[in-house]
Write a protein that binds this ligand. Structure first.
Ligand code: ATP
Ligand code: MG
Length: 445
C-alpha cells in the first residue's frame, strides 16, 4: 500500500477523552472513530488488524475441529422467553420492536439461537460431538462503555458452543477450547492466563477466564508468577486425544491464578511469598461448561446409544475479538506508539523514503515494494513528500514491527537500513538482503 493513496487519518494531538494508552493510540493512529458511546467505525488500519485477529481465531478453531457458521445479530425475543433469560438479562439487552410489533433484540450472546439450530437438525448421539462457532457483532448496553474498544457496547466476539452426549465428553470440549485459546493468544504475541472464574448470567459451575496482565485491566487478579512463564509453543496437539489435551490444561491451571471473584486468601498464602503477585488483568476470553441449562428447557435432546432421549451437555466459549486490539496495545507499546507483534500487524513492514523525488531513492523504494509483494508481503510505503522526521513519527505511532529506510546517502554505498520497532536497533544491508530478512521473519505466518 502506498501511503499517498491510503486513508490513514493520523491525529497530531492526544485526544482529550481517551484515558488509557490503547484508546489514545487507536484514535491517534487513525484506526477507529467513535460514532456513539461504545460504538465505533473501524477505519482501514484498524480494520486490517481486526481482520488479522479474526483470521487467527478462525484458524485455531478449525484446527481444534470446530465448525464455523454465521448467526444474525438480531434475534426474536421468543427464543429467549423459552430459556427464561428474556426477563433475567436486564438492561444490558437492547430490545427492539419490528413494524409488526414483534419483540426482537440485538444479540448479546447466542446460546438460545444455537440451541434452536441444534434441536431443529440433530437427534442422535451419532451426530455428536459437535462444536459450532461464529464471529459476529454483539450488543450489550453497558452502563459505562469506556476505554475505546475494550468496553464497547457494540463489539466483535467469537462465540462457540459445544454439544456432547454426556458430561465427560463435554468436559473434553471444554479442555479443547482452553488449549485452542492458549494457542490463539500466543500467536497474537500475548500471554493470557486462564484463571478460575465465577459464572455470571451464562450459568454453570466450570469456567475459566483468560486474562492479559495490564495495569489498566478492569479485573483484580491474584497469581503465582510462575504461571506467566508457561508457553504452549509449537508442540503438536492432537485435539482428539483426551488425555493429552487434559494434561495441557492441568499444566496451565495448577498454579494459583484467580480473579477477585473466586480468590481464596487461605489458598493463596500457600504460594511461596516471592511468587505471590497481585495485579490487574484484561479479560480476553472465557469458557464455560453449563451442562443441560439450555438444552433441558429448550428441548435439545438426542437419543443415546441405549435408545434413551437425553438432553445434550453444552458449553459456550467466547473470545473478545475487538477487545483484543486494545489488550495487545496495552501489552505492547512505548511512548512513541504501538508495537505490533508480527502475528497481528496491519502491514509486515514499512518503507520510508527519506528523499521523495530523488530518482535513485524512488527507484529503490519501488523495487523493494515490488520485491516484497512478490513474496506475499504487503509493505506500507511512505511515498509522501514529507520530512523524514514526520515519516518516522508516523511509522513509530502505527507500530509496524519492521521498517526499511531508504536514502540517497545509503544507496550510494549500496545499502538500506532495516530497523526493529521493538528494540530500535538498525542494521545496514543491501535491499535484496533486507527483503530476504523480512521474508524470513514472516515465513509461515
Ligand atoms: P466483562 O466481564 O468484561 O463484562 P463478560 O464476562 O460479560 O465480560 P463474556 O460473556 O464472557 O463477557 O464474553 C466473552 C468475551 O467478550 C469476554 O471475555 C470479553 O473479552 C469480550 N467482551 C465482553 N464484553 C465486552 C464489551 N463490552 N466490549 C468488548 N469486549 C467485550
Ligand atoms: Mg466473561
Amino acid at each position: 500500500m502506498r501511503l499517498s493513496r491510503y486513508f490513514l487519518p493520523v491525529l497530531k494531538e492526544n485526544p482529550a477523552d481517551a484515558q488509557i494508552v490503547s484508546h489514545r493510540y487507536m484514535l491517534r493512529a487513525g484506526m477507529i472513530k467513535q460514532q456513539a458511546a461504545g460504538i465505533y467505525s473501524w477505519l482501514p488500519l484498524g480494520f486490517r488488524v481486526l481482520r488479522r485477529i479474526e483470521e487467527i481465531v478462525h484458524q485455531e478453531q478449525v484446527r481444534a475441529g470446530h465448525i464455523p457458521l454465521l448467526m444474525p445479530t438480531l434475534q426474536p425475543a421468543d427464543l429467549w422467553r423459552e430459556s427464561g433469560r428474556y426477563d433475567d438479562y436486564g438492561e444490558e439487552m437492547l430490545r427492539i420492536k419490528d413494524r409488526h410489533g414483534r419483540d426482537m433484540l440485538y444479540g448479546p450472546t447466542n446460546e438460545e439461537m444455537i440451541t434452536d439450530i441444534f434441536r431443529s437438525h440433530v437427534g442422535s448421539y451419532k451426530d455428536l460431538p459437535l462444536t459450532l462457532y461464529h464471529i459476529q457483532w454483539k450488543f450489550r448496553d453497558e452502563v459505562r462503555p469506556r476505554f475505546g474498544v475494550m468496553r464497547g457496547r457494540e463489539f466483535l466476539m467469537k462465540d462457540g458452543y459445544n454439544f456432547d452426549v454426556d458430561k465427560e465428553s463435554a468436559l473434553h470440549a471444554y479442555n479443547r477450547h482452553m488449549v485452542s485459546y492458549l494457542r490463539t493468544y500466543e500467536r497474537m504475541g500475548l500471554t493470557a492466563i486462564p484463571m478460575r472464574a465465577a459464572s455470571g448470567p451464562i450459568g454453570g459451575d466450570n469456567t475459566h477466564e483468560f486474562l492479559v496482565l495490564a495495569q489498566t485491566g478492569e479485573s483484580e487478579v491474584f497469581y503465582d508468577d510462575r504461571v506467566t512463564t508457561l508457553k504452549l509453543g509449537a508442540r503438536d496437539i492432537d485435539y482428539d486425544d483426551r488425555d493429552q489435551v487434559a494434561k495441557v490444561c492441568e499444566e496451565f491451571t495448577t498454579l494459583y491464578a484467580r480473579t477477585d471473584e473466586t480468590h481464596d486468601e487461605a489458598v493463596f498464602t500457600q504460594v511461596p511469598e516471592d511468587h505471590r503477585k497481585v495485579g490487574r488483568g484484561i479479560e480476553v476470553g472465557q469458557i464455560f461448561y453449563f451442562g443441560t441449562k439450555y438444552s433441558e428447557p429448550m428441548g435439545a435432546v438426542v437419543v443415546n446409544d441405549k435408545g434413551e432421549r437425553v438432553p445434550v451437555h453444552m458449553g459456550s466459549h467466547g473470545i473478545g475479538v475487538s477487545r483484543l486490539l486494545g489488550a495487545i496495545i496495552e501489552a505492547s507499546h512505548d511512548d512513541k506508539g504501538i508495537i505490533w507483534p508480527e502475528g497481528v500487524t496491519p502491514f509486515p513492514v514499512g518503507i520510508v523514503n527519506l528523499k521523495q523525488g530523488d530518482a535513485a531513492a524512488d527507484a529503490a523504494c519501488e523495487g523493494l515494494y515490488l520485491a516484497l509483494k512478490s513474496k506475499g508481503l504487503e509493505a506500507l510505503y511512505d511515498d509522501r513528500d514529507e520530512r523524514a522526521g514526520a515519516k518516522f513519527a508516523t511509522m513509530d505511532l502505527i507500530g509496524l514491527p519492521w521498517r526499511i529506510t531508504v536514502g540517497p546517502r545509503g544507496l550510494a554505498n549500496g545499502v538500506v537500513e532495516l530497523t526493529s520497532r521493538r528494540t530500535g536497533e538498525s542494521e545496514e544491508m543491501s535491499p535484496e538482503a533486507a527483503v530476504a530478512r523480512v521474508a524470513e521473519i514472516y515465513a509461515g505466518r
